[in-house]
Design a protein around this ligand. Structure first.
Ligand code: NAG
Ligand code: NAG
Ligand code: NAG
Ligand code: NAG
Length: 370
């Protein structure tokens, strides 16, 4: 398949037999799809004709992280069955690759993942179906693949401080990551193993680049409750029946007694991205899913919560992600692409705090609560 590299020849010259062994169009320059100009209801009508179940693998670490999306989908598109499975991205992508290796199909129609390096690799292997969803031109151009192989569906983040507002006064909450090694926080911190989640690995690398390994070594002496998964720390903080009242590797759980605070320091922002697999047997249902995820009706909810969104036209109170004073949204993808560097960071963490203990976060008691 060496000749695929020289892709300037006309596709019209390829015999049907040859075409069958070539990867999909997205390996070829000059064959980008048009932007989908249908309404969601028009795509829905096409999707209903496909039948079957749309399978979506969604990166996350608590089953309950998928429930609101599933409920909203079922209410909006009752004629298209959705099976959305939440698991950590590094296990979703492993299963996808193994399934592909064994059967030539990916085991899912759509993937939404934190492991951004996968999308580039799958695109180059011709495994993604190029698609430009309905709001394509409204997505910041740096948050989408120019050929339509994948696009951001949300801007995710870690690094904000999440604390129990009944047990901790706002004025006592740290003003910098440096303060976490203060003896006052001994036995009070619950954090995700940085060697178990590459987003947390990146977050810790930015903090360590600022404060040195001395900071990490001192943190390790703070009787931290290290936990697998980024959902659980805020659950532990909100339970309020332990001394663990503060984390910075989680997002607000929605519990009433949880408050958050963003420090004036670099944290982590990244475009959680989605793609359709070329092996899908339900392309219209998959297109409906992506166009719906990027629709204003979905994105406005996040914008109204003050979160950054990938659409230019929505007025989040957070403003455009590009104006964030401390954190660049594109830096995480660069980190993820260099797998050797990621591995060096992981083993640095493991050298100090040991291997991650416990079952996969989606299987833990806290994580499985629907
Ligand atoms: C929508 O796209 C199709 C195919 O690209 C094109 O034929 C059609 O004219 C477009 N319709 C509108 C209203 O832009
Ligand atoms: C949903 O997808 C998962 C992952 O592929 C699979 O294990 C499960 O059996 C599916 N559930 C249904 C109801 O199809
Ligand atoms: C706190 O409460 C939760 C459930 O409410 C329970 O699962 C957990 O074990 C409790 N933790 C402690 C330290 O008592
Ligand atoms: C966002 O703000 C601009 C300028 O104030 C306004 O024109 C536009 O209608 C707003 N968009 C939404 C979705 O509210």
């Amino acid at each position: 398949m060496r000749f695929i590299e020289y892709s300037s020849f006309s596709l019209a010259l390829i015999s049907p037999v040859l075409a069958a062994v070539l990867p999909s169009w997205n390996s070829f320059p000059g064959h980008e799809p048009a932007i989908d100009n249908r309404t969601l209801d028009e795509i829905y009508a096409a999707a209903q004709k496909e039948g079957g179940v749309l399978t979506v693998f969604s990166g996350g670490d608590e089953i309950k992280q998928g429930t609101s999306t599933i409920a909203a989908w079922e209410a909006r598109f009752p004629g298209v069955k959705l099976n959305l499975t939440v698991d950590v991205s590094k296990y979703h992508d492993s299963r996808i690759d193994r399934q592909f290796e064994k059967t030539g199909s990916d085991g899912a129609d759509v993937a939404i993942l934190q492991t951004l390096h996968d999308f580039k690799r799958w695109k180059e292997a011709g495994r993604l179906l190029p698609y430009k969803p309905v709001n394509w031109e409204d997505i910041y151009s740096s948050l989408r693949d120019p050929s339509g192989a994948f696009a951001a569906i949300s801007i995710s983040q870690f690094g904000a401080l999440i604390y129990n507002s009944q047990l901790l006064k706002a004025s006592d909450v740290p003003n910098s990551y440096a303060e976490f090694v203060d003896p006052a926080w001994k036995g009070k911190l619950v954090l995700t193993y940085p060697n178990d989640d590459d987003a947390v690995a990146y977050l810790f690398s930015t903090i360590i680049n600022n404060y040195g390994w001395e900071w990490f070594e001192a943190l390790a002496q703070q009787d931290v409750q290290w936990i697998r998964g980024t959902g659980q720390p805020s659950d532990v903080v909100s339970e309020g029946n332990s001394s663990y009242v503060l984390t910075f590797t989680s997002n607000p759980s929605g519990a009433q007694n949880i408050a958050s605070k963003v420090l004036n320091e670099p944290r982590l922002l990244w475009p959680q991205s989605a793609a359709i697999f070329a092996s899908t047997t339900k392309p219209e249902s998959a297109k409906l899913f992506l166009s719906w995820m990027l629709s204003e009706e979905r994105q406005q909810t996040r914008a109204s919560q003050g979160l950054y969104v990938p659409l230019k036209s929505l007025n989040s109170t957070a403003g455009p992600v590009w104006n964030d004073l401390y954190t660049g949204v594109s830096q995480f993808a660069t980190f993820m692409q260099d797998r050797a560097s990621v591995e060096r960071w992981r083993f640095q963490y493991e050298t100090t705090i040991g291997t991650a203990q416990g079952v996969s976060p989606v299987l833990s008691v806290l994580g499985s609560t629907p």
